[in-house]
Design a protein around this ligand. Structure first.
Ligand SMILES: NC(=O)c1ccc[n+]([C@@H]2O[C@H](COP(=O)([O-])OP(=O)(O)OC[C@H]3O[C@@H](n4cnc5c(N)ncnc54)[C@H](OP(=O)(O)O)[C@@H]3O)[C@@H](O)[C@H]2O)c1
Length: 326
């Protein structure tokens, strides 16, 4: 079909929990063609494909890589499998959008980004937060000096999660731990809003499997501003962020999927930004398709260097917390 030629063909690997949220938004996007879903279990791929309107179901990841209608592969499996699947996709010449963290280690993140560059293939870590209009608004308020000079930020990503030692969050073999799964969000946000990190300190508590179930993190940024962050899968839910300047503050409720940013000064609300449209990942998908349309190998909104730096920060946090298994 002529129309299909203009759309970007998407293949999804790992029809599990988050894949459903992503697929729901992807299939509604004009420029996206939902081509194929791959699972190790063909019946599961078939059920997912028919539920969300993908054209084909594959019983192996290799089958999806070989599909000439697939332009980009979206990888949404536990962290430890990201690097291997992304590498195979790149070698098959497919662009890759891979869930966060791109890989759990800085070295493998460097290797993977190098491979994509050598092969001239697009690769991006799916860090949706920085693309959300509410976060972009907060960043522009900061840039315009609306809260004066930046001093502090606070960001939390805590929730009550699974206790089954086999669950991917609890299991070290599956890249478990709060830092890789949710600590990445406050680390990403504070770096995005306060600038590059100069130094970082962390303490935490370990689950019985040895992964950290909670961590408290402090960062100092090159700008001089500092951030206090928490992450946990053992507490009440807390997922908001605030940025404090000499002349005001910005509050961002549920910041990882932000729909709102509130600018306050002297205890009063000065301006509220509300994102009435879009979803959680639509802006990220749009940015990916724009980058592909321009023939880029990385997305300007979240570059390879950003992924490598995040991997370094998470590694250092886990080292200090005592959960790093080397
Ligand atoms: N961006 C976001 O907002 C967001 C939110 C949640 C999660 N995530 C990321 O998405 C990724 C997947 O998370 P999820 O919660 O969706 O995972 P999940 O539901 O536990 O698993 C997703 C898929 O991964 C494969 N898989 C699971 N366990 C496996 C194992 N032991 N060995 C081999 N393959 C396995 C399965 O694919 P098969 O179909 O082949 O069996 C499964 O369908 C993670 O990296 C996470 O960080 C991102």
């Amino acid at each position: 079909m002529e129309n299909d030629k203009k759309r970007i063909g998407w293949g999804l690997i790992g029809p599990g929990r988050f894949a459903q949220e992503f697929a729901q938004e992807l299939v509604a996007m004009e420029g996206a063609r939902p081509v194929a879903v791959a699972s190790r279990d063909l019946a599961k791929a078939q059920a997912f494909a028919s539920r969300f309107g993908f054209e084909k179901a594959c019983g192996s990841y290799e089958e999806l890589f070989a599909d000439e209608d697939v332009d980009i592969v979206y990888i949404v499996v536990p962290h430890v499998f990201h690097a291997g699947i992304a590498k195979a996709a790149i070698l098959a010449g497919k662009a890759v959008l891979c869930e966060k963290p791109l890989t759990p280690e800085p070295e493998t993140t460097r290797e993977l980004t190098r491979l994509a560059q050598e092969h001239g293939v697009f690769l991006m870590e799916a860090m949706k937060t920085g693309f959300l209009p509410a976060i972009r608004k907060a960043k522009s308020w900061i840039g315009e000096g609306r809260i004066g000079d930046l001093r502090l930020a606070q960001a939390d990503f805590c929730f009550s999660g699974p206790t089954d030692p086999g669950d991917r969050l609890m299991n070290p073999e599956l890249g478990g731990g709060a830092v890789l799964d949710v600590g990445i969000y406050p680390l990403h946000l504070t770096r995005l809003l306060l600038g590059e990190v100069e130094s970082i300190a962390a303490r935490g508590t370990l689950a019985e499997t040895g992964v950290e179930d909670s961590a408290a993190i402090l960062s100092r940024h090159v700008s001089g501003a500092c951030a206090a962050m928490t992450c946990s899968f053992r507490t009440e839910e807390a997922m908001s962020a605030s940025v404090f300047g000499t002349e005001g503050l910005i509050e961002i409720p549920l910041f990882h999927a932000a729909k709102k940013a509130i600018l306050k000064r002297g205890g009063e609300v000065i301006e509220t930004f509300e994102d009435s449209g879009g979803g959680m990942v639509a802006a990220e998908i749009e940015a990916v398709m724009d980058a592909l349309g321009e023939g880029l190998t990385e997305c300007p909104g979240h570059t390879h260097a950003d992924s490598i730096r995040l991997a370094e920060l998470m590694y250092e946090v886990r080292r200090q917390v005592g959960s790093l298994v080397t």
